[in-house]
Design a binder for this molecule. Structure first.
Ligand code: COA
Length: 321
């Protein structure tokens, strides 16, 4: 599989840690030292379908592919504008990709990597030839802005990639642990019909993002290094041979811990969570677009992408550029 082009879109509105310290009891010092996040973009009205479409158009332009050439669009998101129609169909309509089949993928922060794996499987089978995949979120609508333990972590944005079949190597490992799903939850949809006694309004507890931060932290610092070791074995390369590690941008301390455990120089782990926070499914494609546009990834480079998050889910990919 080959990435033909990438693109990003971010809301205009920047919210700094100092801005947050005016609405909850927190400080720039606490947030920066525990997470590495300094600011995030928060939607001032931009929807997921708008951000996703903007990122898609930038990726198509770079790929020199027209919207009509696309035969599949996948949007990874946990914050769609609504459940139906899906976001991929809304993107299709906005960009005029009239020949595409469209569906969404819900796998939280691993969503973009699962979309990439799905694209690779379709390309390998020959079912589709030109695929647009997007990770797009407006997490700000699921965050409880009175809860300092979560509201400082997340941001909004979208990243996209256009891919096609090619000789370049692609190797993936992935997994899920539904038994631990309750450590990271949001937007429950309780059963509500005339035979049940539940009220017809979702409670704030059911709606807002809930996270057991320490459990998620432990899961990430165990799973990411394990899956990197698995992927290098499967791809028959060594950790040292990898030029870049593009990890989900949740927390600088998680990335530093992975680097330490596998003895990887931090310079091989680009980060942008200082500017965007954790954008869930958008995190990896936003970072990928940034490093590609800066020319950091050179032809022939060996790159590992790794994501983890709600579900629980995780995925790691090895690609040669
Ligand atoms: N500002 C100031 N204090 C805060 C705070 C904030 N934003 N958030 C929590 N605190 C307080 C807590 O209330 C607690 O106070 P107490 O000791 O008086 O009870 C103290 O800081 C320590 O809280 P704790 O939860 O133990 O902090 P931590 O060191 O575990 O860091 C996270 C919290 C969320 C940064 C950390 O657990 C983490 O990064 N987890 C992974 C989260 C993640 O990546 N999620 C997304 C995965 S896709």
């Amino acid at each position: 599989m080959k990435i033909l082009g990438t693109g990003s879109a971010l809301p205009d509105h920047i919210v700094t840690n100092d801005d947050l310290s005016k609405i909850v009891e927190t400080s720039d010092e606490w947030i920066t030292s525990r997470t590495g996040i300094r600011q995030r973009r928060i939607s001032g009205g931009e929807t997921v379908s708008e951000l996703a479409s903007k990122a898609a158009l930038a990726a198509l332009e770079q790929a020199k592919v027209s919207a009509e050439e696309l035969d599949l669009i996948m949007v990874a998101t946990i914050t769609p504008d609504g459940i139906m129609p899906n976001m991929a169909c809304m993107v299709q309509d906005r960009i005029g990709a009239v020949n595409a089949t469209c569906f969404d993928i819900n796998a939280a922060c691993s969503g973009f990597l699962f979309a990439l794996n799905t694209a690779n499987a379709y390309l390998t089978s020959g079912m589709y030839q030109k695929i647009l995949l997007i990770g797009a979120e407006t997490l700000s609508k699921l965050v409880n802005w009175e809860d300092r333990t979560t509201c400082v972590l997340f941001g909004d944005g979208a990243g996209a990639a256009v891919v096609a079949a090619d000789e370049q190597r692609y190797v993936a490992v992935s997994g899920s642990d539904g038994a631990k799903g309750q450590v990271l939850t949001a937007a429950q949809l309780p059963l509500r019909n005339f035979t049940t006694e539940q009220g017809d309004i979702v409670t704030p507890e059911q709606f807002y993002m809930y996270m057991n931060g320490q459990e998620v932290f432990k899961f990430a610092v165990r799973t990411v290094p394990d899956s990197i070791l698995k992927i290098v074995e499967k791809a028959q390369v060594t950790v040292d041979e990898i030029d870049w590690f593009l990890l989900h941008q949740a927390n600088e301390r998680i990335i530093a811990s992975v680097a330490k455990r596998l003895d990887i120089p931090m310079e091989k782990m680009p980060m942008n969570m200082d500017r965007y926070g954790n954008t869930s499914a958008a995190s990896i494609p936003l970072l990928l677009d940034e490093v590609l546009r800066k020319g950091m990834i050179k032809p022939g480079n060996k790159v590992i992408l790794s994501g983890f998050g709600g579900g629980l889910t995780w995925g790691t990919v090895y690609m040669e550029f």
